[in-house]
Ligand binder design. Sequence first.
Ligand SMILES: NC(=O)c1ccc[n+]([C@@H]2O[C@H](COP(=O)([O-])OP(=O)(O)OC[C@H]3O[C@@H](n4cnc5c(N)ncnc54)[C@H](O)[C@@H]3O)[C@@H](O)[C@H]2O)c1
Ligand SMILES: O=C(O)C(=O)C[C@]1(C(=O)O)C=C[C@@H](O)C=C1
Length: 386
Amino acid sequence: MRTAAVVGAGLIGTSVALALSRRGVLVHLIDTDRNAVRTAVALGGGVDHPPEHPVDIAVMAVPPSSVGRVLAEHQNRRLAYAYTDVASVKREPEQAVLVAAPDPGSFVGGHPMAGGERSGPLAACANLFEGRTWVLTTCEHTTRETLNRALALVALCGAVPVVMESTAHDRAVALVSHAPHVVAALMAARLEHAPEEASRLAGQGVRDMTRIAGGDPGLWGDILESNATAVADVLADFAEDLAATVHALRSLAVADAARRAEEMTRVIDLLGRGNAGRARLPGKAGAVGGALVPVVIGDRPGELARLFAAVQETGVNVEDVSIDHSTGRPSGLVELVVAADKAGLLADRLLAASWTVQRVRPVYPSARPGPADPEWGQPARISVPG
Ligand SMILES: NC(=O)c1ccc[n+]([C@@H]2O[C@H](COP(=O)([O-])OP(=O)(O)OC[C@H]3O[C@@H](n4cnc5c(N)ncnc54)[C@H](O)[C@@H]3O)[C@@H](O)[C@H]2O)c1
Ligand SMILES: O=C(O)C(=O)C[C@]1(C(=O)O)C=C[C@@H](O)C=C1
């Protein structure tokens, strides 16, 4: 692949452009917002003039409800030999393409399973898609040539392609992406008028749980509208569990000890189901069965470097790391994820070197692979052209 076009130079479009440019592909950036294009060009994403000849592939990185219209516009101008999109919903854009686009065969739906809660080119990152799943949704019109070009794009972005049917995709992301977004937003909304004394106590838990609630309401409104029924189905089951939990919690206030024990069983059962559900999520390969070593560090220049130097001396490989800043205190908490059988050694060595180490705990309490689900797509085994 030598040339590409990205229509929509926001978070995802610019990330694609940066990944391709890094691999030597000439990327033409197009956006109705001139500032977005200027910024993406300044970041090294490509050039801001249209191509003189059709490019190898064009990526529609616009909101789901705009894909059909924007694709038709650019196919009419013969922008590219093949087209794909990155929208978080696949069925509605596919239908819109079939109705509006002059050449549906040169389009294949796409959805990289990576992103972030910030929008626009300044939030973009060249390695956003590295090692992440990238769904491609083919329909009966998709040509082999188009699919191969899209697979080449996915490979250049460092992602792992999975070919799926659009409806199955939408049902799957309703569960693992869209409904979680709504739940995060609902919880975050409870914080809007939180008293100062409560928000000061916020730790990593509430931040983890509500991070995605920072997403752009306009874009997420579009996503939810395009996948409304599948998301509502997940949330209806969620609402049932929620109502049962509220009922159980209220019942814990009654005097009858036998009744309290019964309701407590329900609450514990729900928490256990939460552990089991979380364990079904595939983690970073090295982190599954790993352990978390929390280390308190001072808020001083060079403190992180000193900690990493101390870790390096132990010879233990760090799989992942996160940093939590304490509110109103000159310290933070660094959580190092390492292989479970190395966590004790690391904690002991850091303690011996005078670091404050908190209780070591497992990352995924009962990680186990889930049964194969035939509705999920298989990794594509199709040759990618050079
Ligand atoms: N944000 C995520 O985490 C994420 C992850 C995967 C996929 N997606 C999908 O990627 C797409 C883009 O999302 P984003 O987060 O990059 O949004 P964004 O707001 O950062 O970028 C969208 C860009 O598209 C431009 N645009 C809108 N209509 C246009 C048109 N008609 N012609 C040209 N440009 C137009 C906007 O000006 C904006 O610069 C969406 O379909 C979204 O569902 C988002
Ligand atoms: O990591 C995040 O911030 C995301 O919300 C990314 C995320 C997701 O739900 O996983 C969000 C929407 C996309 O369509 C794909 C990825």
